[in-house]
Design a protein around this ligand. Structure first.
Ligand SMILES: Nc1ncnc2c1ncn2[C@@H]1O[C@H](COP(=O)(O)OP(=O)(O)OP(=O)(O)O)[C@@H](O)[C@H]1O
Ligand SMILES: [Mg+2]
Length: 274
């Protein structure tokens, strides 16, 4: 596929802010690495964990970094991101994700999953169930999840649940009605608000990965980019890409703050229309 002209304008080999980024190429500053380490330790200790953060802040990418770090032998990761199902369909989906044939009744589905988890336990394989978009989980599923974690009179930690979602997930899990599940989640981590240094480092990292030899944003433009996006990476990706395109169209060698403000205004107008 032919690359758009703006990519060559800035001496890049590919679009720098694409979502298609290999697990090995993820940006991992020490703050994110600490989160991945904590989640890795949680899984190695056969615990459950919660990860929350704002939309586009990098939760799913953090899960991918976690997948990369966890040894393949001894762990079986299952990733589910369709969280809007009722209890029976939720467990049916889980059956399929685990490679089991879905059964007709809720009880049979549940039995099939727990038997499978016990079998993995006998084979010294620890299943890890990553539930992304978990803020969308329905209450009937939340009411039941702790039952899925109960093996041999709640003595054997045969399964780790990793719940991932928006910050409101933390609030809803900590409600009294969810205390059976909440009390079982030993590791609770949040992607904190990024600082200007994080945004600068992220932009620099992604541009260099795409072959940039010089920084095509002025430092004022980077500060404005950070303020406008609050450092949320998906927004940074979108605005930075639009700004590079606009600079290329205007034959500018750098994105300056005036251009960035114009791009942001156009971006907000476009959002207002949808
Ligand atoms: N560690 C990272 N390295 C490189 N790029 C990243 C990283 N984290 C996030 N990104 C970029 O930000 C985008 C959004 O990240 P991600 O999908 O992980 O956010 P999220 O928190 O899961 O968002 P949502 O709540 O909407 O699901 C990614 O598509 C990617 O371009
Ligand atoms: Mg996500």
């Amino acid at each position: 596929m032919r690359q758009p002209r703006w990519i060559a304008t800035f001496g890049l080999s590919e679009a720098p802010f694409s979502k298609d980024i290999a697990d090995d190429d993820l940006w991992m500053p020490s703050s994110r690495l600490a989160l991945v380490d904590e989640l890795t330790e949680a899984i190695k200790d056969h615990h459950h964990a919660l990860l929350v953060g704002e939309p586009g802040g990098g939760k799913t990418c953090t899960l991918r970094a976690l997948r990369r770090r966890l040894p393949e032998a001894g762990f079986r990761l299952t990733y589910c991101h369709n969280a809007t199902l009722g209890r029976r369909d939720f467990y049916r989906q889980l059956c399929v994700a685990l490679g089991l044939s879905p059964k007709a009744t809720a009880a049979a589905v549940f039995h099939s999953i727990s038997t499978h988890v016990e079998q993995l336990g006998r084979e010294a394989v620890h299943p890890v169930l990553m539930l992304d978009e978990a803020h969308l989980l329905r209450q009937d599923v939340l009411d039941h999840l702790h039952v899925l974690c109960n093996y041999q009179w709640d003595q054997k930690p045969l399964l780790s649940l990793i719940l991932v979602g928006l910050p409101e997930l933390w609030d809803s899990l900590s409600l009294r009605k969810n205390r059976s599940l909440w009390s079982r989640i030993h590791h609770r981590v949040a992607i904190g608000p990024p600082g200007l240094g994080d945004t600068n480092e992220y932009v620099d990292f992604r541009l260099k990965r795409a072959g940039a030899k010089t920084m095509p944003f002025t430092s004022d433009a980077l500060s404005t980019l950070h303020e406008a996006t609050a450092g949320q990476l998906r927004d940074v990706d979108r605005v930075a890409t639009k700004a590079l395109r606009a600079a290329s169209r205007r034959k500018m060698s750098k994105v300056d703050v005036e251009l960035l403000v114009r791009v942001l205004e156009a971006d907000q107008r476009a959002e207002g229309r949808s």
